[in-house]
Design a protein around this ligand. Sequence first.
Ligand SMILES: [Zn+2]
Length: 67
Amino acid sequence: MNSQELLRDLLVCPFCGSGVEVLPEQVRCLNSECGVVYPVRDGIPLMFAEEAVGKISDEKGTDDEQA
Ligand SMILES: [Zn+2]
């Protein structure tokens, strides 16, 4: 088991408690309704609310905010 596999088993999303996908540069929540993305810095996932990059769904573009 490599370090990323170990992290994947240990880490859960602090928002929804779902498992996460650990990628080399980011950690993504596997819950499609949550989808929060966290940065990985020096190999350490920064899974804090203030570090959250945003939700995956937001990256797809939301034009609804244009009133
Ligand atoms: Zn989540």
